[in-house]
Write a new protein. Structure first.
Length: 165
């Protein structure tokens, strides 16, 4: 199921999106209620359509900003940033997770000729996600975010013996 990670000041929380419509604003009837003064009572809505998720501004006074651009209506993709005043929401569509896992597995194949026998996606207490790879009895972790520098723990995949050994 898709979700929003909502940041208002120091307050951060996740909200699972309804399968039909999620109304966002300051009103009591909004599913996602914001305290942000720049938010209208009924500011915007996120709709589930046959083509995917759609963000629609509801003629709000201060506008809905998607990835730095003011929109009236726009499709959403995983990782999109929605801003209303100082409140920020990050959209995540869980349907994208399987593709990301495949992409990370391809990266693992590029990094080593060793046989990876098992993959696990591990979510830390701080919310970061890592791909844990088991290499024929050894383990190695890779950050899931391709924009961050690659990190490895102290255990390396097996190295082939030098010629003549």
């Amino acid at each position: 199921m898709a979700k929003l990670t909502i940041r208002e000041g120091d307050y951060v929380h996740d909200h699972q999106l309804d399968d039909v419509e999620t109304l966002i604003g300051r009103s009591q009837k909004c599913v996602v209620r914001l305290t942000e003064p720049a938010a209208s009572r009924n500011h915007c809505t996120i709709l589930k359509t046959p083509e995917g998720w759609l963000l629609m501004d509801l003629q709000s006074s201060n506008g809905t900003i998607l990835n730095g651009v003011r929109i009236t209506e726009s499709p959403l993709k995983s990782g999109d940033s929605i801003r209303i005043g100082n409140a920020e929401m990050i959209f995540k569509d869980d349907a994208d997770d399987s593709k990301k896992m495949v992409d990370v597995r391809e990266k693992v194949k590029e990094l080593s000729d060793a046989k990876a026998v098992r993959y696990d996606l591990v979510t830390g207490e701080d919310g970061t996600e890592e791909l844990k790879v088991e290499w024929q009895g050894r383990e190695q972790k890779f950050k899931k975010d391709p924009h961050e520098p690659e990190t490895r723990d102290s255990v390396s995949p097996p190295t082939p013996p030098a010629p003549g050994q």
